[in-house]
Design a protein around this ligand. Structure first.
Ligand code: ADP
Ligand code: MG
Length: 224
């Protein structure tokens, strides 16, 4: 759910957005700010390789579209090289963007990527969107919607309504993921939205789900 930030709205950086998402009760991958390549390398050691590095800017909506995301950085040398590449690519592709530095974060294990999003309708107010990550949302528009407040029962319906539900139940040898956790996180986001009307848009994309846990690796929040 993209909309350009306009008027008096303010887009948070990924680190700020993840703080809010964590407050809502959603587990978030350990994510820290580095202002220089040296700081980034130190964080890589601290967090433990492999790590993920991303451009950190309040002006960039789709980080990977402009070469601003590097995953699976296995050691310090790779991380330093990635830092240079990210900065060069972002400066070329979005020269006006304010850059706060990069985020260095723990590399989450592969799982099923899902999206929980919130946007506001002028008539009905806030509503949540649920779907699987990647092409499922972007190309196939395989998503479900409910108006906030979303009950546990609504959440259970949202999850089962999408065509890709079978993928969550395990498909061709892939392990089934924890549907209960997904439902409970949808309800937590709904509760948080109700209590925080200053949030105009929120996207957890992706939330990676596993057989008995889930973790948000990216978040975007726009405040009124
Ligand atoms: P964008 O701003 O382009 O949405 P993301 O932060 O979502 O950037 O990163 C793009 C993709 O990289 C994600 O969809 C996910 O597959 C992968 N990714 C991002 N962060 C992590 C992480 N910490 N661990 C594992 N994979 C990640
Ligand atoms: Mg994302």
């Amino acid at each position: 759910m993209d909309s350009l930030t306009q008027g008096k709205t303010k887009m948070l950086t990924e680190i700020e957005a993840k703080k809010l998402v964590k407050k809502a009760g959603v587990p978030v991958v350990d994510t820290r700010l580095a202002k220089t390549a040296r700081e980034a390398a130190a964080l890589g050691q601290e967090i433990g390789f492999p790590v993920v590095m991303k451009i950190l800017s309040p002006d960039i909506i789709h980080k990977s579209d402009i070469g601003g995301v590097k995953v699976g950085l296995a050691n310090k040398a790779r991380l330093l090289k990635a830092y240079g590449e990210v900065m060069a690519s972002v400066r070329e592709k979005q020269p006006g963007a304010r850059i706060e530095g990069v985020s260095v974060q723990k590399m989450a294990a592969p799982g099923v990527e899902i999206i929980i999003g919130m946007s506001k309708d002028p008539q009905f107010g806030p509503f949540l969107m649920f779907g699987l990550g990647g092409i499922w949302v972007e190309v196939l528009k395989d998503v479900s919607f409910r108006i906030v407040p979303v009950t546990r029962r609504d959440a259970a319906e949202m999850v089962r309504e999408i065509k890709g539900f079978a993928l969550l139940q395990g498909y061709r040898g892939q392990e089934a993921v924890d549907i209960n956790i997904i439902e409970s996180l949808i309800v937590k986001v709904s509760d948080f939205i109700e209590k925080n009307p200053q949030i105009k848009e929120l996207d957890i994309n992706p939330l990676i789900v596993y057989k008995d846990s889930a973790v948000a690796v990216d978040a975007r929040v726009v405040l009124e």
